[in-house]
Design a protein around this ligand. Structure first.
Ligand SMILES: [Fe+2]
Ligand SMILES: [Fe+2]
Length: 191
């Protein structure tokens, strides 16, 4: 359903155990970034009304997630701060084609794959962490990120014939699996 080609490795769980606070701060940045990705798509393709409506909904939801993570950080006394991001998003964006309609398709599919990986990791964190508040928190986010993934893939399929979009999704998902397997040496939501 999520179109991911690899499961998260044990290496990441070790990073989470060593730096959960940093993962939480990074999570807030990821929600903010997710809102900005949807906003940028809205601005780029504003005459595609179905896309514009879907992006509007996602922007609102991601900003609400951002607020929820900020609230969680505050309750825990963890200061929100600037953080060096993982290389994951940047490396995926380098795979996006330059010319339309490939560019639109890739932007939507990359956004969809990032949602899928976030969704997978929220589900894993909900089982992995022992804190009941955090477990509920991650469980509460899982469903909307799965829905965002499906929305992005559906919109990409509207930009070209289904088979070519599916083929591109398989290729990008393989790239995503390779990028996340390499990861980063510091704890992040997508390290
Ligand atoms: Fe979100
Ligand atoms: Fe999302």
């Amino acid at each position: 359903m999520l179109n991911l080609q690899s499961p998260t490795s044990d290496r990441w769980f070790a990073q989470v155990d060593a730096g959960l606070d940093e993962v939480l701060v990074d999570h807030a940045h990821c929600e903010k970034k997710a809102a900005s990705v949807a906003m940028n798509l809205l601005f780029s393709y504003v005459d595609h009304v179905a896309l514009a409506r879907a992006m509007t909904e996602i922007v609102v939801e991601e900003l609400e997630h951002f607020r929820l993570v900020l609230d969680l950080l505050e309750r825990r006394g963890i200061p929100f701060r600037k953080l060096r991001p993982s290389s994951y998003g940047q490396r995926l964006h380098e795979r996006i084609r330059r010319d339309e309609p490939g560019k639109a398709i890739d932007r939507l599919l990359v956004a969809g794959l990032i949602e899928a990986r976030s969704c997978e990791r929220f589900a894993l964190l909900a089982d992995h962490v022992s804190d009941p508040e955090l477990r509920d928190f991650y469980r509460g986010l899982f469903e909307s990120e799965a829905r965002h993934h499906a929305t992005y893939v559906r919109l990409a399929c509207e930009c070209a014939d289904d088979d070519s979009v599916r083929e591109r999704l398989l290729w990008l998902a393989a790239e995503e699996a390779a990028i996340i397997a390499e990861g980063d040496p510091f704890p992040r939501m997508h390290s």
